[in-house]
Design a protein around this ligand. Structure first.
Ligand SMILES: [Zn+2]
Length: 118
């Protein structure tokens, strides 16, 4: 996003980018810790509506491309991008579960995955 600040002399709008979730660039006020915290909080508040929008698209299809892009942008900027991993408290990560399997169970799992591919 473009910074909202305007130059006092020329009246022209600043051409710098805002910080993620911010309204201004670092030169025009978003360099402070308070501004950074407020920007993170603004983005975090949008994460739930973004997930709701994705759920709506999944249920009904035919996404509004602008709404979908906005939702994906919010999720990318709040640490829930496409490559992020969800950890369920109390449930070990998949890698830990696989490491805990016995040799026989690993062979059974590999056989099941091979059969599923065919
Ligand atoms: Zn600026």
């Amino acid at each position: 996003m473009q910074c909202r600040a305007k130059a006092k002399q020329s009246g022209q709008r600043c051409k710098r980018h805002t910080i993620p979730g911010g309204k201004t660039c670092v030169i025009h006020g978003s360099g402070t810790q308070a501004a950074k915290t407020a920007a993170v909080e603004r983005l975090a508040a949008l994460a739930d509506p973004a997930v709701a929008e994705l759920a709506r698209v999944m249920r009904k299809g035919s996404p509004d491309s602008a709404r979908l892009a906005a939702a994906l942008g919010v999720l990318d900027r709040t640490g829930h991008g496409r490559s992020s991993t969800v950890h369920v408290p109390g449930l070990p990560a998949l890698a830990e579960q696989l490491a805990a399997l016995s040799a026989d169970d690993k062979i059974k799992l590999a056989t099941m995955l091979d059969e599923a591919d065919e």
